[in-house]
Ligand binder design. Structure first.
Ligand code: GTP
Ligand code: SPV
Ligand code: MN
Length: 606
């Protein structure tokens, strides 16, 4: 039986056979091959509005934009339902869920049987990175969700040109996705179909495959993002000698016009989008955006690491985003955007916590209930997001789509730490920097289902995203550092915007004021920046962070840069436990770094 098909099916034999197999297994009513055109995007919005998934926002306030409210059981990534199905469990390592790949395939094959009845199967050919760039990678996602198609249009480069570049090659990442909600004949659809209690986000790294079932939300369903560009790509990067990282990329220009490119790895909802779009408070400095979530980095012919942003849009955290905290993000999302799990204003716009100084007098909250200030509930879900095209960002750097990437001078590692970790600290060298990345810890956020505010180790902000054994990942980072001369490697930094005082208030104002830290890092990269060596690394000398015009409590700067020796010694105990998880796959160099840190700390205590 042939299924009615629209669009232009690929003649790539591997791709055609793969799609045919899923079509006959999932039994959709129709098949559509996506071309990535604006008309196709509009058709997805129309379908979502028609199905009650989306409502159009007032076109005078938010042109060509919609609000989508998900099922309350499907609001974030689900780490406990995410699997790395490597052939050998030891290759998934202690930080990933694992099931035997054949067993997992069988489980999912059963769930996928007839799972698209009553729906359309969409085939989305996409490129992560500028189409045809030597650093870019191609994937194809099958999905039964128009919401996923629309989001992929914005977040990746979708369409016919991708298939042309792919040609007859079998080298594409295969991503299979279903919301897991087939429709019986005449069964009315729900606004957000999903199989909330039965989600699987699974990866088969050896065959570069992804199979996702049951969720329609974010990184669970937009397979180009975390599943491909991080979990599968991290495995490709290990095999081929490059880096696929959970990092923002920014361009920093000094008052003299000198440019440096900086990346930063912060865990989910810990400030990447904000730093990437920051407006410096230090006069004369400029920050422009290259990427806000993922960086792919390869060595250039000059021996330096070059980064591209594999994405084409931002899937940003809405709550906390305001014209004060991140005007560039709000201006990016002024049109052509999809808002998910935000509140709806009485005049047809979106709202979320801290968006405006004064809360609106009444709203419809993200679960469609009336909302008033003081009602005791949040109007937007804490992981409410906007999907918006990167090219609309007022701060986007002109070279953001340069196929050769931008040369990286510094990399930041950071998380949410109420204590112990200072505002900024520079690594003594690459190996020490890899050590700092490997011991990163952060309080959990609403970006993933589960408890918020619990401290956990999140090495390189990759805990939920590394597609192989984390001990091997550390070894890979160490190896990357040996591939070029030390002076060509980026300098590595550990930062923390989230240190708190005794009253639990943030000591550091953050956001645009983070430019003061970027300025010091720029100076360090260009031969300046007064610094002192401490047991944990090199920190700014007193007065080296420019505090001109900064409103900050007396003594706060000293506290922010203070090395808390007892705190760090206690931290070392926790690192012992953290490291023990990796067994003999923990590189000896990192064990040595930990021992050296202990020695230096003990020497301070005397
Ligand atoms: P993902 O998209 O989940 O990977 O998140 P992200 O790392 O891009 O985080 P984002 O920039 O969206 O920030 C998440 C939350 O942290 C928002 O509520 C921000 O307002 C808040 N935030 C960002 N930067 C700072 C900062 O410098 N200081 C403080 N106190 N909060 C910040
Ligand atoms: C993150 O959680 O780090 C995100 C959002 O960037 S999601 O795409 O849902 O993973
Ligand atoms: Mn992220």
């Amino acid at each position: 039986m042939t299924v009615p098909t629209t669009g232009t099916p690929s003649t790539n034999p591997t791709l055609a056979a793969w799609v045919d197999d899923w079509v006959s297994h999932c039994q959709p009513d129709a098949v559509h091959w996506c071309d990535g055109s604006p008309a196709e995007y509009q058709e997805m919005l129309r379908l979502m509005v028609h199905a009650g998934t989306a409502i159009p926002l007032d076109a005078s306030k938010r042109p060509n934009s919609v609000l989508v409210r998900s099922d309350p059981g499907d609001v974030a990534r689900v780490e406990d339902r995410t699997y790395i199905c490597a052939r050998s469990q030891s290759d998934a390592g202690p930080t990933n869920n694992w099931t035997d790949p054949e067993q997992m395939r069988a489980t999912l094959r059963q769930l996928y049987a007839g799972c698209m009845k009553g729906r359309t199967l969409y085939v989305i050919p996409y490129s992560m990175g500028p189409v045809g760039s030597p650093i870019a990678g191609i994937g194809v996602e099958i999905t039964d969700s128009p919401y996923v198609v629309a989001n992929m249009h914005t977040m990746t480069r979708v369409g016919t040109r991708v298939l042309e570049v792919l040609g007859d090659s079998p080298a594409f990442v295969r991503g299979m996705h279903s919301v897991g909600a087939p429709l019986k004949e005449n069964q009315p659809d729900v606004p957000w179909p999903c199989d909330a209690s039965n989600k699987y986000i699974t990866h088969f790294p050896e065959t570069r495959e992804i199979q996702s079932y049951g969720s329609g939300y974010g990184g669970n369903a937009l397979l180009g993002k975390k599943c491909h560009a991080l979990r599968i790509a991290s495995v490709q990067a290990r095999d081929e000698g490059w880096l696929a990282e959970h990092m923002l990329i920014l361009k920093l220009t000094s008052p003299a016009g000198e440019v440096r490119y900086i990346t930063g790895a912060f865990p989910s909802a810990c400030g990447k989008t904000n730093l990437a779009m920051l407006i410096p408070t230090v006069p004369g400095w400029k920050v422009e955006t290259i990427g806000d979530d993922i960086a792919w980095m390869k060595f250039g012919p000059d021996g330096r690491l070059y980064a591209i942003n594999p994405e084409a849009g931002f899937f940003g955290v809405a709550p906390g985003t305001s014209m004060q905290s991140n005007p560039n993000a709000l201006l990016t999302a002024r049109a052509n955007s999809i808002f998910t799990n935000c509140a709806l204003t009485t005049d047809g716009d979106v709202w979320w916590e801290q968006m405006t100084e004064r809360e609106p007098a009444s709203l419809m909250d993200w679960i469609r209930r009336p909302w008033q200030p003081g009602c005791g509930r949040k109007a937007a879900h804490p992981n409410a997001r906007f999907t918006t095209p990167a090219r609309q960002c007022p701060a986007i750097a002109p070279e953001w789509e340069d196929p050769k990437g931008v040369p990286i001078s510094a990399m930041l590692f950071g998380g949410r730490r109420a204590g112990v970790v200072p505002l900024v600290c520079e690594a003594f060298g690459w190996q020490h920097g890899v050590f700092l990345g490997s011991i990163m810890s952060s309080e959990t956020t609403a970006a993933a289902a589960g408890k918020v505010g619990e401290l956990r180790f999140d090495p390189f902000a990759m805990l939920p995203f590394c597609g192989y054994h984390m001990g091997d990942y550390f070894a890979h980072w160490l190896k990357v550092g040996q591939r070029t001369s030390p002076d060509k490697l980026p300098r590595l930094y550990y930062v923390n915007w989230f240190r708190r005082d005794a009253e639990n208030r943030f000591l550091w104002p953050g956001y645009g004021e983070n430019s003061r830290v970027l300025k010091w890092i720029f100076e360090r990269c260009t031969g300046g920046g007064a610094a002192v060596q401490t047991a944990i690394g090199t920190v700014p000398a007193p007065g080296a962070i420019d505090t001109e015009g900064l409103a900050i409590a007396p003594g706060a700067m000293e506290e922010l840069l203070r090395v808390d020796v007892p705190g760090w010694l206690a931290n070392c105990e926790q690192i012992d436990t953290h490291y023990a998880r990796f067994g003999d796959r923990l590189p000896q160099a990192l064990r040595d770094e930990l021992a050296a840190l202990r020695r230096r700390l003990t020497a301070v205590v005397g």
